[in-house]
Structure formats: structure tokens, C-alpha cells
Design a protein around this ligand. Sequence first.
Ligand SMILES: CC(C)(COP(=O)(O)OP(=O)(O)OC[C@H]1O[C@@H](n2cnc3c(N)ncnc32)[C@H](O)[C@@H]1OP(=O)(O)O)[C@@H](O)C(=O)NCCC(=O)NCCS
Length: 154
Amino acid sequence: MKFTIIELDKTHLNECVDFDQKTINGLWSKSQWERELTDTKRICLGMMELETKNLLGLCSAWLLIDELYITFIAVHPIHKRKGLGRFLLSDLLKRSKSLQINHIHLEVKNNNEPAKAFYKSMGFKTLGNRTNFYKDGSDALLLKKTLTNHKINN
Ligand SMILES: CC(C)(COP(=O)(O)OP(=O)(O)OC[C@H]1O[C@@H](n2cnc3c(N)ncnc32)[C@H](O)[C@@H]1OP(=O)(O)O)[C@@H](O)C(=O)NCCC(=O)NCCS
């Protein structure tokens, strides 16, 4: 399967909303995705299959001076555990390097074992947790990765 990673824009709005529904049960509304795709302080990357132009993976992050805050990452359910998530996140880390980012933060549900294993494999460390953080009452783990001297340690 051949794919490319591109920066998404407003023309990809419907695809992002559909992909979000398919993968995380609709984390954001259409207007939230529109903000994600148009705000210059946010990066939204799509992994596209070259032949079909379908989205295989999607990630989004906010830029806060020298920090990046990952708000969304998902891989199409039928393509999980094939290394696509690692490829997509590595691409975001490379872009962070050229943007002089020093720290990357994110929150993950404490009961999301695949995602926790994924971030651990990518070199993220646990900073702490937030009790009752999500609507369903589950806790959030706060994870961080430092890009020392802008080298990517994964
Ligand atoms: C988390 C997610 C993006 C990982 O993407 P992926 O393409 O399946 O992950 P990869 O195949 O690149 O896996 C890389 C490494 O992460 C770890 N990993 C990923 N999925 C795992 C699982 N289900 N169980 C255990 N380890 C896992 C492994 O170490 C894996 O390396 P390996 O396959 O060589 O052992 C994907 O599971 C997903 O879309 N989940 C639903 C959305 C979600 O929960 N997003 C995170 C919200 S914070």
C-alpha cells in the first residue's frame, strides 16, 4: 500500500469529520474540525492512500511557542497495527524539529491500552494524571516527550 502524508486544509473538512466518526466516534463537531484545519497555530496531517486518496491516518496538534500539544491521532480501524501510526507520529515529530519544538504533550485515557502502548513505544513518558477528566468518568494520563537538541528519540 502506497501512501503520502500531507498538511490538510479546509477542502478536507468532510473527510476529517467522517474519519473522526469512524475512528474515535466523533470527538469533534464539524465546526471544531473547521477551526483545526484553518487556525495557523494548528497542524493537521493526513496520511492518504495514493491510489484511492482515502485517509488512512489523521493527526492534529496545537503549537504553543516551543511546545506541541497533540489533540488527535487515529489510524483507520482496518489498518491498525501495521506501523502507520508510528509513521504518522514520526512525521509530526520531524516537522516539530523544523519548527524548533522542544516538548510534545498529550492526554490519553487511562483505559486506552493500545494508545498507551503506542505512545510508550514512541518514547513518551508519563507526567501525571487527571482524575475524572473525560465525560465517561475515566482518568487521563498526561504524557510528554522532549526533543533534546531537536533529536527525535524514539
Ligand atoms: C493508537 C493508534 C493511533 C496506533 O496506531 P497503529 O497504526 O495501530 O500503531 P502502530 O502499528 O504504528 O504501532 C506502533 C507500536 O505501538 C504499540 N502498539 C500499537 N497498538 C498496540 C496494541 N493494540 N497493543 C499493544 N501495543 C500496541 C506497539 O509497540 C507497536 O509496535 P509493534 O507493532 O512493532 O509491536 C491506533 O491504535 C488508533 O487509531 N487507535 C484509536 C484512536 C486512539 O485511541 N487514538 C489515541 C487517542 S489519545
